[in-house]
Design a protein around this ligand. Structure first.
Ligand SMILES: O=C(O)c1ccccc1NCC(=O)[C@H](O)[C@H](O)COP(=O)(O)O
Length: 260
């Protein structure tokens, strides 16, 4: 089984036990559920911001432990101060050392959009994302059918959430687009074998329909790469490891932004 299949198999077990513990009705009564959300499109097109979606990521399947010595509050407020257009917070525990509480903590101290970075395989997780404080949900084409993407995106929009479709190749893009998606993200990392190439974004940029904003995800470590990606039409850039690898990720982002 490749890593993505392993993650999805584990996610199905997690969702089943979450449903047994907390009903959808109880989720909807949670404190974070009835609130205004921040729009990803609005923040990505605000030219006072950097276009960077900065990620809080302690560990990953491809790199192991990246940084488990910093708090989600200090890192995410540092990112916001450095001009992040949005934040990405991992809530997957078993593969990324993330937690739902990380998202709750990030929400409490930030006023910019937050992506629940997780593997959405059930409508329950979309409702849960809103209750935890997220503004954006990620729909990964590599692990969802077009019908699931459509259903999840419709539900997310009905809850006021922004929707980010993630693709890695032309086939995933062509079968997954629908009108309920706000932004298309091209993951430069192949989630099945961990190979990375910025060329993936460059090749797909011209075939993403113009009604969707575009973001490039993963393996971005140089300001020059952002300049190149902007020149081919990308509006946003998801960066995790490059900042998280340092002792002060917020400061690392501020230094990176000076060179843009
Ligand atoms: O990062 C991984 O190893 C990984 C493995 C399997 C599924 C997903 C994975 N990463 C999720 C991401 O998309 C990245 O965390 C995100 O784009 C940031 O990437 P980076 O800047 O390279 O940390």
């Amino acid at each position: 089984m490749n890593i993505l299949d392993q993650i999805v198999a584990r996610k199905k077990e997690e969702v089943a036990s979450a449903k047994a513990k907390t009903s959808l009705r109880e989720l909807e009564n949670k404190l974070g559920f009835n609130r205004e959300t921040y729009s990803l499109k609005t923040f990505l097109t605000d030219h006072k911001k950097t276009g960077i979606i900065a990620e809080f990521k302690r560990k990953s399947p491809s790199k192991g432990i990246i940084n488990d010595q910093v708090t989600v509050e200090e890192v995410t407020t540092g990112y916001a101060a450095a001009g992040a257009s949005a934040l990405s917070v991992l809530t997957d525990h078993d593969f990324f050392m993330g937690h739902d509480d990380d998202l709750i903590a990030a929400r409490a101290v930030n006023k910019i959009p937050i992506l629940r970075k997780d593997f959405m395989i059930d409508e329950y997780q979309i409702v849960e994302a809103k209750a935890l404080g997220a503004d954006i949900v990620l729909l990964i084409a590599a692990c969802l059918t077009p019908q699931e993407i459509l259903g999840f995106a419709k539900l997310a929009k009905s809850l006021g959430l922004s929707t980010l479709l993630e693709v890695h190749n032309r086939e995933e893009l062509d079968r997954s687009l629908n009108p309920y998606l706000d932004v298309v993200g091209v993951n430069n990392r192949n989630l099945k074998d961990f190979s990375v190439s910025i060329e993936t974004s460059i090749t797909l940029a011209e075939v993403i329909p113009s009604e969707f904003l575009k973001i490039s995800e993963s393996a971005i470590s140089k300001p020059e790469t952002i300049k190149l990606l902007k020149s081919v039409g990308f509006n946003g850039f998801l960066i995790g490891e490059n900042f998280m690898r340092t002792a002060n990720p917020g400061l690392a982002m501020a230094d990176f932004v000076k060179a843009l």
